[in-house]
Design a protein. Structure first.
Length: 241
C-alpha cells in the first residue's frame, strides 16, 4: 500500500512509526508525507494553484532529502491512499475547511482517480498547552476535542470521504490510560503541549492509521524499547474502533 499525506507536522507525527508497525503486522506500507510546518488547507490549495515546490518530501518517517510540489508528488506513482488534514489550530473550526478541502479533493481525484481519500482527524492540545491557537477553544482540551470531532465527522459525511480518527484515540487514551496533569505529573501523549510524544503518542497514531486503513486488529508485540504493558493498552483502544 502506498500512502501520500498532504499535511504538516501532525501527519509527520502519524507517519513516524507507521511503515515499521505495518511490517511488524505483516503489511507492506510505504508512506510519503508532504511537510510544511503549520500548513493549513488554504495554504495547501494556494500551493497547488501556484505549483509551489515548498514541501519537504518525507519517506517512511525519515527526514526529507528534497523539496517537492503537490503536483509532482501526485505524479510520482500510483497512490492507494491520500490523506488531507487541517492545521491544528483550525481543526475544530468547520468554516475554515471550505472551499479549500473540496478543491483539493477535486485535484486529487483528477490526478489519482483510483486513490482512496481519507481525512486525518487530529487531536486536542494538552490541558497546559501554551499554543497560541488554544484560545480558539477557550484553552480547554475537551472543548477543542469536541470541536475537532464534530468538524471532522461533518466534513467526511458531507464530502463522502473516509476518516482516520486519531484525535478520538488520543482523547480516549488520555481519559483511560495516560492521565496527565502539568502540576501532578503522569505520562503526557504530547511532547510540547501539542505535537505527539515521540514514543506512545506517535505509536498510538500509527496504530490508528494502520487499523483504519487495513481494517485489521493490531498485534501487541515488542516495539522499539517501549513498555509492552502500555502498548497493550494502546492497541486495545485502537482495536475497538
Amino acid at each position: 500500500m502506498n500512502i501520500l499525506s498532504i499535511g504538516n507536522s501532525f501527519s509527520q507525527d502519524a507517519h513516524k512509526w507507521l511503515s515499521k508497525l505495518a511490517k511488524l503486522n505483516g503489511f507492506n506500507i510505504e508512506t510519503a508525507n508532504l511537510y510544511i510546518g503549520s500548513c493549513s488547507l488554504e495554504t495547501h490549495f494556494k500551493n497547488v494553484e501556484e505549483n509551489n515546490p515548498f514541501y519537504d518530501f518525507e519517506i517512511n518517517g525519515n527526514p526529507a532529502e528534497r523539496k517537492i510540489s503537490i503536483a509532482e508528488a501526485l505524479s510520482l506513482k500510483k497512490w492507494d491512499v491520500i490523506t488531507l488534514q487541517q492545521v491544528s489550530g483550525l481543526s475544530g473550526i468547520y468554516e475554515s475547511y471550505e472551499p479549500y478541502l473540496s478543491a483539493l479533493i477535486s485535484v486529487i481525484k483528477k490526478a489519482q482517480p483510483d486513490a482512496e481519500i481519507y481525512f486525518h482527524q487530529t487531536w486536542a492540545y494538552d490541558t497546559s498547552s501554551t499554543h497560541k491557537h488554544f484560545v480558539n477553544y477557550e484553552n480547554s482540551q475537551i472543548k477543542m476535542y469536541e470541536a475537532i470531532k464534530s468538524s471532522s465527522e461533518q466534513v467526511v459525511n458531507t464530502l463522502g470521504i473516509k476518516l482516520i480518527p486519531t484525535g478520538t484515540v488520543i482523547q480516549t487514551l488520555r481519559e483511560t490510560v495516560f492521565e496527565f496533569d502539568f502540576n501532578k505529573g503522569g505520562i503526557s501523549l504530547c511532547r510540547d503541549g501539542f505535537h505527539l510524544s515521540l514514543d506512545y503518542g506517535r505509536f498510538a497514531a500509527a496504530a490508528t492509521w494502520l487499523h483504519t486503513l487495513t481494517n485489521k486488529s493490531i498485534k501487541n508485540e515488542a516495539f522499539e524499547n517501549f513498555d509492552i504493558g502500555l502498548l497493550e493498552k494502546i492497541v486495545n483502544v485502537v482495536n475497538k474502533l
